[in-house]
Design a protein around this ligand. Structure first.
Ligand SMILES: Cc1ncc(C[n+]2csc(CCOP(=O)(O)OP(=O)(O)O)c2C)c(N)n1
Length: 624
C-alpha cells in the first residue's frame, strides 16, 4: 500500500482498515530507514496513526500543521510526497530530519528546538484572520515540549485570544527521559479519565448539527461537562485559561482520532486535544526503552544493538569527572534541561539524587535557577547543548554575568554536530558569549584537558564557560601532555624546529624556512597538528598553539608569537564572526602589525545543513 502513497489525497481515499494496514507498513519502512541512517525513532513510531488521521482530516498545505521540535515528522514526510527521499534522511544533500519550508510546501514552519509550535501556529492563525482567509492551523506538541516556557507563554496568549487554533497534545509521558514536573502531574490525572469514544463524539456532532439551537446546546453540554470535570479534577487548567479541552483520546485509533479532529473543527475557538500515544509503538525493543531509541545511530533491527562500537565521548568524560569532583565538594550541584543522558549526568543523578535537578525543557529557567543557587553559595554546573544555549542568552548575561556568579556553564555539542542539521549545529556560542563581560571562556583539546578545565572551573568562583564537541577525541592525534590550566594562558603544543646553522654553508644556500604558527582552540587543536604535518612537508617550520581560552586571551604571549612568525593560521569550530580569528585580527590591528599573512579557518556566516561531521568539516572548514 505504501508504494501508492504519493500525497495526502492517497491517504484520504483509504478505508479505516486500509489505513491500519498502511500504519503498519509505514512503521516497517521507518524502522528500515532509521536502522540504517540513524535518527529519531521512538517519537516517530508513536505518531504514525496521528499523522495519518491529521492528513485524512486536514488539507496540507492550505491547512497548516506545525510540528513541535519536528523530530517526529518522518511519517508526515512520507505522506507528503517524500517517501523515496526518506532513504536519504539526514544525509548530506538528502532530506532533513526536521521540517524545512525549503524542502516542501507541506512543511509550513521550520522547527528543531522545542516548544515553539503554539506561538508559530497562533501567529499563522492571527494572520489568517487578518487576511480574512479560512484554513485550519494545528500545533502538534509533545508533553515534554509543553514543559518549555515558550509553550506556556503561547497557551496563555492563545487561550485568551479566542482565535481558532487547535493544539494537539501528544502525550506519551516521556520527554527524552520520563517527563517531569507539575504539569506532568496534572496531565497524569487527565490520562486516567475515561477515553473519548466514537459514540461520545457522535452525540456531540449530532447536537452540533441541530440548526440554530445546535451551538448553544453544545455550549451548555460543554459547560456541564466542564463543571463535572472540575469536580473530578480540581483546576481544569486548559479550560480555565480559555481552551476547549477534548480528550483524552487513544492516539493509535485512527477512527477515534479523525472523529475528534473533525469535532474540533466545529469549535470556533482555541481547542486542545489530548492524545495518548506510546513512544516506540510497534517495535517492542523501543517500547521498552523509549529513551534509548529517542534518537539513535544505525542499529541492528533484530537485536536493537548499535552498529557502532560504543566509545568514550566528551559528555561521558564530563559526567564522570563531575561525579569525582562532587564527591569531594558537596556544594557542587548539577542541572539539566531534560537532557540527563545526552549530557552525561546519568551517573551523577544516581550518586547524588538530591543534588541533581531535571527541570524540563526549560533552558532559561535552568540558568536563573543556577544563579539563585550560586547566590546562596552552591556551585551549579549546567551542561546544555550549544544550540540550546541560544535560548538562555539573556539569563547568562542578566542573571549570571552581571552578578559575577560562580556558575559553570558547560556548552556540550559545540561545533558541528552533523546529521541534526542547521537548528542543532553549535557554531554560534563562541561568538555570542565572547561579547559578554565577566565570562571566562575555555575549550579543551582532549578528554584530559576537559577534566582539568572542569576542576579549574568549579574552583574559579566566577562565571565560566567550557565548550566541547559531540563525540570523542580525534582518532589520529593523541596529545601526550596537558599543562596546568592557568587563567588566560596558552599551551604550546608543538614548538618550531630549531634552525640548523651550518657554518660552512654559503650565505645564499641558507634559505630560512618560513615560520608558520597555527593557533587553534578546542577540538581543532588536533586538526592543527594534522595541518602542521602537511605544512612541514612543504618545508615550513610550524608551531602549534592551543589557545585554551577565548576569553581572556593570552594577549602578551600571542603577540610575541605573531611577531615571531611569517604566517599565522587560526582554526576553530565556530562561525568566522567574533571567534578566535576575530580576536587575533583585533590584536594585529590594534598593534599595527604589518607583513603578517593571516589565514583563518572557521565556518562561514551561514547556517550549515545536515551531513556527517567529517563531510561538513571538509566542505566548510578545510580539506587535508
Ligand atoms: C530547546 C530544546 N531543548 C532540548 C531539546 C532536545 N529534545 C529534543 S526532543 C526532546 C523531548 C521532547 O519530548 P516530547 O515533546 O514529549 O516529544 P516526544 O519525543 O516524546 O514525542 C528534547 C528534550 C530541543 N529539541 N530543544
Amino acid at each position: 500500500m505504501l508504494e501508492k502513497i504519493n500525497s495526502p489525497e492517497d491517504v484520504k481515499n483509504l478505508s479505516y482498515n486500509q489505513k491500519k494496514e498502511l500504519a503498519e507498513e509505514i512503521r516497517k519502512y521507518v524502522l528500515d530507514v532509521v536502522s540504517q541512517n540513524g535518527g529519531h525513532l521512538a517519537s516517530n513510531l508513536g505518531v504514525v496513526e496521528l499523522t495519518i488521521a491529521l492528513h485524512s482530516v486536514f488539507d496540507v498545505p492550505k491547512d497548516k500543521i506545525v510540528w513541535d521540535v519536528g523530530h517526529q515528522t518522518y511519517i508526515h514526510k512520507i505522506i507528503t510526497g517524500r517517501r523515496e527521499e526518506l532513504k536519504t534522511l539526514r544525509k548530506l544533500d538528502g532530506i532533513a530530519g526536521f521540517p524545512k519550508t525549503k524542502e516542501s510546501k507541506s512543511d509550513c514552519f521550520n522547527t528543531g528546538h522545542s516548544s515553539t509550535s503554539i506561538s508559530a501556529a497562533l501567529g499563522m492563525a492571527r494572520a489568517r484572520d487578518i487576511k480574512g482567509e479560512k484554513n485550519s492551523v494545528i500545533a502538534v506538541i509533545g508533553d515534554g515540549a509543553l514543559t518549555g516556557g515558550m509553550a506556556i507563554e503561547a497557551l496563555n496568549d492563545a487561550g485568551f485570544s479566542k482565535c481558532k487554533i487547535t493544539v494537539i497534545l501528544n502525550d506519551n509521558e516521556m520527554s527524552i527521559s520520563p517527563n517531569i514536573g507539575g504539569l506532568n502531574m496534572f496531565l497524569s490525572k487527565l490520562r486516567t479519565k475515561k477515553l473519548y469514544t466514537k459514540s461520545n463524539v457522535s452525540l456531540k456532532k449530532f447536537i452540533w448539527k441541530i440548526p440554530i439551537i445546535g451551538k448553544p446546546i453544545v455550549k451548555i453540554v460543554q459547560r456541564l461537562k466542564r463543571s463535572i470535570k472540575q469536580l473530578i479534577i480540581p483546576k481544569m487548567f486548559f479550560e480555565d485559561i480559555g481552551f476547549t479541552y477534548l480528550g483524552p483520546v487513544d492516539g493509535h485509533n485512527i477512527e477515534e482520532l479523525e472523529n475528534i479532529l473533525k469535532l474540533s473543527e466545529q469549535v470556533d475557538a482555541p481547542v486542545l486535544i489530548h492524545v495518548l500515544t506510546k513512544k516506540g509503538k510497534g517495535y517492542e525493543i523501543a517500547e521498552k526503552n523509549p529513551d534509548k531509541y529517542h534518537a539513535t545511530g544505525p542499529f541492528d533491527l533484530e537485536t536493537g544493538k548499535s552498529k557502532k562500537a560504543k566509545s568514550q565521548d566528551y559528555s561521558k568524560v564530563f559526567g564522570n569527572k563531575l561525579v569525582e569532583l562532587a564527591e569531594k565538594n558537596e556544594k557542587i550541584v548539577a542541572i539539566t534541561a531534560s537532557m540527563k543522558d545526552g549530557t552525561g549526568l546519568t551517573e551523577f543523578q544516581k550518586k547524588f539524587p538530591t543534588r541533581f535537578f531535571d527541570i524540563g525543557i526549560a533552558e532559561q529557567h535552568a540558568i536563573t535557577l543556577a544563579a539563585g543557587m550560586a547566590m546562596e553559595g552552591l556551585i551549579p554546573v549546567v551542561p546544555i547543548y550549544s544550540s540550546f544555549y541560544q535560548r538562555c542568552y539573556d539569563q547568562v548575561i542578566h542573571d549570571i554575568a552581571i552578578q559575577e556568579l560562580p556558575v559553570v556553564l558547560c556548552v556540550d555539542r559545540a561545533g558541528i554536530v552533523g546529521a541534526d542539521g542547521e537548528t542543532h549545529q553549535g557554531l554560534l556560542d563562541m561568538a555570542f558569549f565572547r561579547l559578554v563581560p565577566n565570562l571566562t571562556i575555555m575549550a579543551p583539546k582532549d578528554f584530559k584537558e576537559l577534566e582539568n578545565m572542569l576542576e579549574y572551573a568549579v574552583n574559579l568562583k566566577k562565571p565560566v564557560i567550557i565548550r566541547y564537541p559531540r563525540g570523542g577525541e580525534d582518532s589520529e592525534i593523541k596529545f601526550e601532555k596537558c599543562e596546568e590550566i592557568k587563567t588566560g594562558k596558552i599551551e604550546i603544543i608543538k614548538q618550531y624546529e630549531p634552525e640548523e646553522k651550518d657554518e660552512n654553508q654559503e650565505e645564499l644556500d641558507k634559505e630560512e624556512k618560513q615560520k608558520v604558527t597555527i593557533i587553534a582552540i578546542g577540538k581543532m587543536v588536533a586538526h592543527a597538528m594534522k595541518m602542521a604535518n602537511n605544512l612541514e612537508k612543504e618545508n615550513k617550520n610550524v608551531q602549534v598553539i592551543n589557545a585554551r581560552f577565548l576569553k581572556p586571551l593570552d594577549r602578551q604571549a600571542i603577540l610575541q608569537e605573531l611577531k615571531n612568525a611569517n604566517e599565522v593560521i587560526t582554526i576553530e569550530d565556530g562561525t568566522i564572526i567574533n571567534g578566535l580569528a576575530t580576536a587575533i585580527k583585533e590584536i594585529i590591528a590594534e598593534e599595527n602589525l604589518q607583513n603578517i599573512t593571516l589565514k583563518t579557518y572557521a565556518y562561514p556566516d551561514k547556517f550549515i545543513e545536515h551531513g556527517s561531521v567529517d563531510e561538513l568539516e571538509k566542505k566548510y572548514l578545510y580539506k587535508d
